[in-house]
Design a protein around this ligand. Sequence first.
Ligand code: ZN
Length: 378
Amino acid sequence: MLAGLEGMASGLEEMLSSVQPALLHPIDAVKLLEAATCVEQRAGALKTLLAARAAEAGEWRRLGYRSPEEWLAQQSGCGWGQAAGTLNASEKLADLPALDDAVRKGELSAPKLLELAKTATPDNAKKLVESSKTQSYRQVKRACQTERARARSEDQDEARNRRIHDERSLRTWTDAEGWHCEIRNTPAAGARIEAAVFAAADAIFKEAYAAGRRESMAAYRVDALERLVCGGGAGVDTTVVIRVDESRLRDAGGTCETTTTGPVPASEAIGAILAGAFVKVVAHDGTEVTRVAHHGRHVPAEVRTAILERDGHRCVRPDCGSATNLELHHYRMDHAQGGPVAVWNLCCLCRHCHHLVTHGGHRLEGGPGNWTWIPPPP
Ligand SMILES: [Zn+2]
């Protein structure tokens, strides 16, 4: 097979050195283009079939590459992402006969194949491959995105977040166009980084504006990143806002997302609250922002009023209902653990009942409208 391929390569070289596009009849050029595409597609398919097995040889390590992806990218003269896609496709072919079959028949262009390999599972491969044959690359890409979105919603949030965390990466490379950097991380981590960079960029923009300089925000963000990483970034406000439905914090449905980078698991929001200062949690019903969580001991007057109103200015313990000596109790996340001062985390208890919960082993469960009081076991 090697000799065959080498023969084809030298045949192609010969054609390349002799072809005179300007002398061709345009219709002939069309036919040649079609035939060349056919060769390209099949050569790509062959590469995909071989890639995973070739990576096993460990040749990449001997040659001093850090990963099979880096080696393949160098070999093929393509980017890291494309090399990773090819290896991923190569590994998946064994489990996806429908895709394997289409690859062997040369029915898929390389970009289509990479999309399909990212998306196909034993359940959907046949359907996706079938429809991809008549679709443009754009259509295939959209179909794959839809399919992946469907899989994601079935996929548990937590599991997905853990996977993204496990796969987090920062890669840099330098070429004639300069230094490049690509980062992948969970939306929550991304939001923290973005908040810091964007805030610093804003400060840099103001400095530049005052000095009469005008450059793009994208340029200022790079300066901001450099300043933050290499020092001189102090004093920047890097608050991250996580918007979360109250229902979500109680393990019921609802959204939980950063305002800029997308969905995060509820545990991440709670963890962020517990971790302290950099997060502001905004509870909302649907699209309307209704309550802001603050940190620290101080209960803003409007939050206090909202809770008193909701709880009818009475102790929420069902068999108490006292209207005197009312105190605010952090019922969902303990104040000692950093539970925030927020309407969704506070309720009214009389001083006596509050003491029983805090020091007497009594428990208050449920929420507004369905409180349950559980005394300690006898
Ligand atoms: Zn009470």
